[in-house]
Design a protein around this ligand. Structure first.
Ligand code: PMP
Length: 430
């Protein structure tokens, strides 16, 4: 039964049972309206209220500077955001270049001259930088290459080059080859498959800070799909951060993007589709265009309000549980992770933790089970099977890397982490 298992799957993740009980009720009848939440119009006042409350609660929980950032709900998934970030931030880059060219050539310059000058800048300067530290940032990079062509996409760092072709480390920031005025610098804050998490915001990407500390820095984009809501985020260092809901926020089907408003060129200054075609650059499909989604309060097209409702309930529960908001959850997440890692570290003769100690993920704990110093398939199978028989499920590693992965998301209670740690020790002794 649900009460007997602790589910360590990597996503979709378990949701709090009380949230699901409420959700089950409102699926049948929302607040005595006789209609379920998934049946009400997304244009109804109650739908708008659900969206606005979830936005406000997320803003409060993470301390998002509301005057400078838009929060939008989308249906893209993390994968859709790989594309959305490219399309939108290339558009914003062209908008900046366009303004500079017009200033340089004078307002009366003819269009052909403007296009020619822009084309030169695109060919010479347009670069998107990717920091590749695992399977998900690799996929994002590959999507950028697919959409734009390799000539515009720069691998600023690739963790495999310092670790025998495998993920598990983060190259030192001093070695990152960052482009000048890149359209974006992209990284994945927590690599779900490889168990690698950035210990903190990479200082080399921090805003440069003018005299008053408000100077622009690089256009930083981060995928926080698998660690959002588990630690404090210095939101103002980012131009864009995004996350699918299905790990720490809610159920599959809704994706959140937090976007710096200054990067949303109003439709009037956005490069027109015709101009982008002349430059050989793509424009976003309308449902991936941040400006459009933001202007319509996430309702440009039909959004699953049920999914937003669940995310909203999870946020309300977090705010109720932790008076100090994300800092409270962060302390719990760190405690749970350290209990599990300590159990693994106590038995180096049996367990090999995959990533380097300095970049171990608090959310996805990846390790191998060994025998006589070698990874042992049979021992790993036995580990997964015996754990499941004790109610510890979802521990099998990602199919691409194998091994064991304990996903320690917010919904795993402290007792669940303790139970897993006890099992890890008992299995090693046996
Ligand atoms: N980024 C990360 C870090 C992920 O863990 C995942 C999915 N597990 C994705 C992106 C892709 O998300 P989706 O399947 O929603 O497209």
């Amino acid at each position: 039964t649900r009460a007997e298992i602790t589910y360590f799957g990597a996503g979709p993740a378990a949701l709090p049972t009380d949230v699901l009980e409420t959700a089950a009720q409102v699926l049948l009848d929302y607040n005595g309206t006789g209609l379920g939440i998934a049946e009400h119009s997304h244009r109804s006042e109650l739908a708008t209220n659900i969206i606005n409350e979830a936005k406000a609660d997320l803003t409060s929980y993470l301390d998002i500077p509301a005057a400078d950032y838009e929060v939008v709900f989308m249906q893209a998934g993390g994968t859709g955001e790989f594309a959305a970030s490219v399309y939108n931030l290339v558009g914003a880059w062209v908008a900046r270049q366009h303004a500079a060219v017009v200033k340089e050539l004078g307002a009366g310059a003819d269009e052909a001259a403007v296009v020619a000058a822009l084309r030169t800048r695109v060919e010479r300067d347009l670069k998107l930088d990717y920091i590749i530290t695992g399977g998900w940032s690799l996929k994002a990079y590959q999507e950028a290459v697919r959409l734009l062509g390799p000539e515009y996409v720069n691998v600023a760092a690739d963790a495999r080059t310092i670790n025998d072709g495998k993920f598990g480390k983060i190259p030192d920031q001093s070695t990152w080859k960052l482009s000048k005025d890149a359209a974006l610098v992209y990284y994945c804050d927590n690599e779900t498959v490889d168990g690698v998490e950035f210990p903190e915001f990479p200082s080399v990407l921090a805003p440069k800070g003018g005299e008053d500390g408000t100077g622009d820095g690089p256009v930083v984009v981060a995928d926080m799909s698998s660690n959002i809501l588990s630690r404090r985020v210095p939101v103002s260092n980012y131009s864009l951060l995004f996350f699918g809901a299905q790990k720490n926020l809610g159920c599959t089907g809704v994706t959140v993007a937090v976007i710096k408003k200054s990067l949303l060129p109003p439709t009037t200054t956005q490069p027109s589709p015709a101009l982008m075609r002349k430059l050989g650059l793509p424009i976003p499909p309308i449902m991936l265009q941040y400006e459009t989604i933001a202007k319509n309060n996430s309702l440009y097209n039909t959004l699953s309000i049920f999914d937003v409702y669940i995310a909203g309930q999870v946020l309300k529960k977090l705010l109720r549980t932790f008076p100090d908001k994300v800092d409270g959850q962060q302390a719990v997440a760190e405690k749970k992770a350290s209990i599990i890692y300590a159990a693994l570290d106590a038995h180096p003769e049996v367990y090999r933790i995959v990533p380097d100690k300095s970049v171990r993920s608090r959310m996805n704990i990846c390790f191998r089970v060994t025998k006589n110093g070698n990874v042992d398939d049979e021992a790993e199978k036995a580990f997964v099977k015996e754990a499941a028989s004790q109610g510890l499920t979802g521990l099998k590693g990602h199919r691409s890397v194998g091994g064991i992965r304990a996903s320690n998301y917010n919904s795993i209670p402290l007792e669940g982490a303790e139970k897993l740690a006890r099992f890890i020790k008992a299995f090693a002794k046996a």
